[in-house]
Design a binder for this molecule. Structure first.
Ligand code: C2O
Ligand code: CU
Ligand code: CU
Length: 512
């Protein structure tokens, strides 16, 4: 029997972001084609049998993105985005987090199962300008494409817009030997999809572009490259794709409607590969796909598009024949256990623009919104209460866990969301049921990953606690501690610590 090939985006067409007034359509930049930037792998400072040491530096720099003036950008160990970090599960990882930026930032490990609120790098874990911090952890999770991005309250969106996002690959011995392309930079490459608006002299101006429903720009930026091409020298190519945009969805397809195979989602491989011709990603979601160029020859070009806009041109060179077949079974999903009395929690994402909220409330750093015992699964019914005709897709993300998508409005999830995920697009008017278990006690944020919605308060936090043990008390940030006390100590004005200006501090619960 011929395998099924899926040829639609699964999502409600009418919820696509181009239906919304704030949407800026993409336009191919007036710039020559340029070799796709493939970020180098970050070298460890030190490695032993059991331990691995890294230094990750948030820094400001300049990047030649467009012809003419360089663009002022931010990155991790790089002028834009970053170097790609590899964390093998089971090793004891030590990271020095250095902040060389002029303002405070945090280092959030999106998709790593590490404890919050300090190690996972949400808003309670500031690293002040000129300072550094040490963290360490050991990962016990499947191989996955995750990422690092800034997460300071309420400046996450602006810092990511400036470039603070990079890929973090988790490897795991359980699946490292599968016959999948894994030669980084050659047949296994990251693709960070973003869009930007370049103003005068090729500079970014987040304030000028601000939109409470998410900032978009007309120019596609792939790994920080405009109009990129990639030289293909192998028959099979694995792409690790991240929607790293503040608000844009990507509707990906290849020229000639070339079929490709999705092998992984956000937080693990898929149980079985899925053949597709179209793939939609909402903000912060990841997909790993394998393209087989067997029907192409030296000199051909295969283009990756979103809608009608080309994103990357794959220039085909001579390659040797490769008959490796993607295995039918990739990953054994160990589903969290459910019982007849597994609780169902309801979480409602509501509103648009400045009106966004979770369960009718705006985020407050000092408020713990929910609790759940460690090790016990719960269903979360995540509701997008937007009007199905005019609402937006809200990508729902959780820290500190990876979940399974159980159903969408009571129906089967999409065929490509059967692995573990940490972010799931919820259509307007839809309820997505996910199965959530926390394995590490801690305090974790959950929120819409349209980053302006998150900064705008569509965010909450949950404490995962160990039953039969006293509830630990976390030192939660408030704006006064975060800003004023620090500034006072150093004899500087608090507003100099932040580009965002005092007006937006209220969003994180500061009483002015
Ligand atoms: Cu991508 Cu709260 O994070
Ligand atoms: Cu996250
Ligand atoms: Cu949202």
């Amino acid at each position: 029997m011929a395998e099924k090939v899926y040829t639609d985006y699964f999502f409600d067409k009418k919820a696509f972001d181009d239906q919304d007034g704030a949407y800026i359509p993409l336009k191919t930049a007036d710039a020559p084609e340029k070799k796709l930037l493939v970020p180098p792998l970050l070298k460890p400072d030190k490695e032993t049998e059991t331990d691995l040491y890294y230094t990750v530096t948030a820094q400001a720099g300049e990047t030649q993105i467009l012809p003419g003036e360089k663009t002022k950008t931010w990155g991790y160990n790089n002028s834009i985005l970053g170097q790609t970090i590899v964390y093998p599960a089971g090793k004891h990882i030590h990271v020095t987090l250095q902040n060389h930026l002029p303002e405070l930032t945090t280092f959030h490990w999106h998709g790593l199962i590490v404890t919050g609120p300090y190690i996972d790098g949400g808003c309670h874990a500031p690293v002040y300008p000129g300072e550094s911090k040490q963290i360490d952890f050991t990962l016990d999770q499947p191989a996955a494409t995750t990422w690092l991005h800034a997460h300071p309250c309420p400046s996450t969106a602006e810092q990511v817009w400036h470039g603070l996002a990079t890929m973090v690959l988790v490897t795991n011995r359980e699946t490292d030997d599968l016959p999948l392309p894994n030669n980084y930079g050659v047949d296994d490459i990251p693709l960070v999809l973003q869009d930007r608006h370049f103003h005068e002299n090729n500079q970014l101006d987040y304030r000028a572009d601000y939109n409470p429903d998410g900032v978009t720009g007309p120019t596609p930026l792939i790994n920080g490259t405009v109009n990129p091409y990639f030289d293909v020298i192998t028959q099979q190519l694995r792409l690790r794709i991240l929607d790293g945009a503040n608000r844009r969805e990507w509707r990906l397809h290849l020229s000639d409607d070339l079929e490709f195979t999705q092998i992984a989602g956000d937080s693990s491989l898929l149980p079985k590969p899925v053949k597709l011709t179209k793939l939609m990603l909402t903000c912060a979601e990841r997909a790993e796909i394998v393209i087989d160029f067997k029907d192409y020859h030296e000199g051909d070009v295969v283009t990756l598009y979103t809608d009608d806009t080309p994103l990357v041109k794959f220039r085909i060179h001579k390659f040797s024949e490769d008959d490796a077949v993607i295995p039918d079974k990739l990953f054994d999903v160990k589903a969290p256990k459910v019982e007849s009395d597994t609780p169902i929690r309801k979480v409602v994402m509501s509103g648009m623009d400045e009106g966004v909220a979770i369960d009718g409330k705006k985020f407050q750093m000092q408020r713990i919104d929910a609790t759940q015992p460690v090790g016990k699964a719960q269903y979360w019914d995540v509701v997008n209460s937007n009007d199905p005709e005019h609402g937006m897709v809200h990508p729902f993300h959780m820290h500190g866990t990876e979940f399974l998508v159980i159903s969408r409005n009571g129906h089967e999830p999409y065929p490509n969301e059967h692995g573990f995920k940490d972010t799931v697009g919820v259509n307007p008017g839809e309820t997505v049921r996910i199965l959530v278990r926390f394995d590490l006690p801690g305090l974790y944020m959950y929120h819409c990953h349209i980053i302006e919605h998150e900064d705008g308060g569509m965010m909450a936090q949950i404490q995962a606690f160990e039953p039969n043990k006293p509830m630990p008390k976390y030192k939660l940030m408030d704006m006064d501690t975060l800003m004023n006390a620090f500034a006072e100590e150093r004899g500087i004005k608090p507003e100099d610590l932040w580009m965002a200006g005092m007006d937006s501090y209220e969003k994180c619960g500061m009483k002015m």
